[in-house]
Design a protein around this ligand. Structure first.
Ligand SMILES: [Zn+2]
Ligand SMILES: [Zn+2]
Length: 182
């Protein structure tokens, strides 16, 4: 079987995400995936796209806007948003991914310390965002959830599980990702 995978990840910030956060994320993802990373211009998504009853955004509403804004992207896309996300089967999401579209999305909303009534700590939020970004990009590359609680592909029900896992794949997931994307 032949794979013609473009080894590139484009980070698409949704509305205002700090530039230093994005460049640090790009650097860390480059180290882990050995892909070329670029940060696209922010995609403006209005507050009116939020489901007003839930005060959350339906994840497909967001991902279809991202896909429409980057129709010719041949690599992976990683959207980063502050919007709180949900889908039909999930009350909330830290992130989501679509292997066919090669598109991943991570929400910072429930990764923030403030959300849990804790003191603001940008470093904690960054590490969580990095782990969930690696997780969703793993799905976009075709990886499934991993039983190893330390692996980035372990499913996080809560932010505690995110804190407990590593920001990279376990050996088994690493092998799988390289076999699929050789
Ligand atoms: Zn997952
Ligand atoms: Zn694993």
């Amino acid at each position: 079987m032949e794979f013609s995978v473009s080894r590139r990840i484009r980070i698409v910030p949704i509305n205002a995400i700090p530039a230093d956060f994005l460049s640090r994320l790009a650097l860390c993802l480059e180290e882990r995936f050995l892909y070329t990373i670029d940060v696209a211009r922010a995609l403006v998504v209005p507050q009116s796209s939020v489901n007003s009853a839930r005060k959350q955004m339906f994840v497909s509403t967001l991902t279809s806007k991202v896909a429409r804004a980057h129709p010719d992207e041949e690599g992976l896309i990683l959207a980063i948003t502050d919007f709180d996300l949900y889908k039909t089967s999930h009350r909330f999401l830290f992130g989501d991914a679509d292997e066919q579209q090669r598109l991943a999305v991570v929400s910072l909303h429930r990764l923030r310390c403030e959300f849990y009534g804790e003191d603001v700590d940008p470093n904690v939020v960054f590490q969580r965002a990095l782990k969930e970004s690696v997780h969703e990009l793993g799905h976009a590359l075709g990886l499934k959830h991993c039983y190893n609680a330390r692996c980035a592909m372990h499913y996080s029900n809560s932010v505690f599980e995110t804190d407990n896992k590593m920001s990279h794949f376990c050996d088994a997931c690493d092998k799988r990702s390289r076999a699929r994307n050789a």
